[in-house]
Write a protein that binds this ligand. Structure first.
Ligand code: NAG
Ligand code: NAG
Length: 282
């Protein structure tokens, strides 16, 4: 069998898999999306190019955090794709994640020419159009959780804004396009570690990395304002933060007088309540 490869502009980008944390935990599936830009048929050349592409992506995913490939020899049957593994996962977690992503995306999007699948640890996208180095405000997902209600929420919100801004600057000006930190916060007896992580795909230019992360941060304000956990993954960059309490939160200040302007969200946030959204256009 011959696989012809056109424009296989390949970026090999080795991330520092420095934190062998998460003990090679199973990847956590978040969402998949099948674009409506066209379908292929079962025995087509497009399908065999897609299979080749996915197999190449799988084969690179041990040790390479981002990989881009194009499989095909004509403009109508070439498939373009890439994946990104989160900069804090091990080589084997990356490989497991991409292996799973490449199989499950075909189950979820069995005929569509263009699709994306997000896991917490990685994402994988393919398309019938060239997607390398192209930034657009496309599809994205957000996730939040109300495990904790921050007692001093305005202090928390200001801290998050400040720390995430620093991280975004650090990421887009670094060669890895990745930054994370754990920042210790102790405020009026409320003690927690604020872990932040941001990352762009390395094919973007610096300005696009910057605006992708700024956009992702902006979206946290809609999904996750004041929440102890936020996650925004786009097709080009990822951003997440989480506060973990080290000491039990102090008793809340006296409640405000009862007031109900609307019946929406009138129930209290239950522990571990979890919400998830998918948004965007194109
Ligand atoms: C592509 O396939 C999906 C799933 O079978 C179908 O819902 C959709 O209408 C098809 N789109 C086109 C353009 O044929
Ligand atoms: C973020 O939101 C602010 C205020 O809503 C807006 O001015 C800015 O253009 C947004 N930035 C991005 C990158 O979306």
């Amino acid at each position: 069998m011959m696989i012809s490869v056109l424009q296989s502009k390949i970026i090999t980008f080795i991330f520092f898999f420095f934190l062998i944390r998460s003990l090679d935990a199973q990847p956590t599936h978040l969402y998949n999306y099948c674009y409506e830009s066209g379908n292929y048929t079962a025995n087509s050349l497009y399908k065999s190019n897609l299979d080749s592409l996915l197999s190449v992506l799988r084969s690179q995913s041990y040790g390479i955090g981002f990989y881009s490939y194009a499989s095909g020899s004509s403009s109508t049957t070439t498939v373009y794709g890439n994946y990104l593994c989160r900069g804090d996962v091990s080589s084997s977690t990356c490989e497991t994640c991409i292996t799973r992503a490449s199989r499950n995306v075909l189950i979820a999007c069995a005929v569509q020419k263009e699709a994306i699948i997000w896991y917490e640890e990685c994402f994988l996208k393919y398309s019938n159009r060239q997607i390398l180095s192209i930034f657009d405000y496309g599809r994205f997902i957000t996730q939040t959780m109300s495990t904790y209600t921050m007692t001093y929420s305005s202090y928390f919100i200001n801290t998050v804004e400040y720390r995430m801004d620093l991280l975004i600057r650090e990421a887009y000006s670094s060669s890895s396009y990745f930054a994370e930190e754990t920042h210790h916060v102790s405020y009026l007896g409320e003690v927690y570690d604020l872990h932040g992580l941001v990352q762009c795909t390395p094919d973007l230019d610096q300005y696009d990395c910057y605006r992708c992360l700024k956009w992702a941060y902006n979206e946290t304000e809609a999904c996750c304002y004041g929440k102890s956990f936020a996650l925004v993954y786009t097709t080009r960059c990822i951003l997440t933060y989480k506060a973990s309490f080290l000491a039990p939160p102090p008793p809340p200040p006296p409640p405000p007088p009862p007031f109900r302007a609307s019946s929406e969200n009138s129930g209290p946030d239950s522990d571990d309540s979890f919400s998830f959204k998918f948004k965007g256009e194109n």
